[in-house]
Write a protein that binds this ligand. Sequence first.
Ligand code: NI
Length: 140
Amino acid sequence: MSSDLVRFSIAMPEDLLIAFDELVTRRGIAKNRSEVIRDLVRDALVDEEWDNPAQEIVGTLTMVYNHHANDLSDKLDSVQHTHHEQIISAMHIHLDAHNCLEVIAMRGSSDDIRSIADSLLGIKGVKHGRLTTTTTGKYL
Ligand code: NI
């Protein structure tokens, strides 16, 4: 895939263009219309990768829990060991005397990664969690 820039023109309703320019402004001084359109196209392609179960993707699961709760730490560890082939790294941060923050990086099919995330977030005692979907980058 060539990384040479190609120019093309886009037609859109004026109201949509005004809203788009406000979005460009909110994204900061380093962004212009072309950069923001490239970001939006990449976002759409990453979403498409996640809809394709045959494609390898990566994601991170962030969760916060109280490690005193029942045998929560053991349960979370057990799920992670079961899926050691998809879980490529985990970072554990002791937030205070009770709460832990864990960030887990995963690689595999979107079905597998969503299922592992659901298994972990579904364990009683997990206070908050979110799966962030991204890409290996090789198809963009
Ligand atoms: Ni901890």
